[in-house]
Design a protein around this ligand. Sequence first.
Ligand code: IYR
Length: 226
Amino acid sequence: MKTKRINQHTHVLYNTPQYTDNEIIEKSIGFYQWLETRRTVRDISSESIPCEVIENIVMSASTAPSGAHKQPWTFCVVSDSEIKKEIREAAEKEEYESYNGRMSDRWKGDLAPIGTDWKKPFLEEAPYLIVAFKRVYEIDEEGKKHNNYYVNESVGIACGLLIAAIHNAGLVTVTHTPSPMNFLQRILKRPENERPFLLLPVGKSKGEVYVPNLKRKEKEEVIKFY
Ligand code: IYR
């Protein structure tokens, strides 16, 4: 392995892939077309899926770049039906309050085309719940605190990769953010330095599922070239 010293640290040679322009065009189209087929699905089948798949998709997420490579995330994977039930009950309690008072009429109007409500059966039906926690700092063996950096950005990127990995495996998910969601820290007995970030139920989609007839923004709206 070829190495180089930078700031007294060893760097290793990274064999970057080399493609022709035609190849990179083909690859970029293929990836876009495939991601374009992803949809958020709330009707998740209770059929089991191999645990190995969950490990692979979480480890795909954990390849994300992060501030100073601190990888400030922990992914808790829940398959225990008692814990799923506890999470569903706590989430639905918060969601009920949100839909019946905390959310503005404008917000509920914006959500109407999506068809959500306070009920979250997918939290019990999905074979796995992945709860992404952000690690706001680290604690070493002596109890000393160490900084993490760009934690929201890092965990957000990791969750993006997680969603792509779930889609790649032929599974479905919904990015669920019950608000507030500190009950997840309590139920999963997570340490003080971890805060819940996103909850993703994962599984196969239920037979015939219907999703909102959403249109994605056109490239002219999304990209501005300078
Ligand atoms: N957290 C609630 C409400 C909700 C909010 C937004 I913004 C959404 O895009 C979807 C749902 C829920 O999960 O129902």
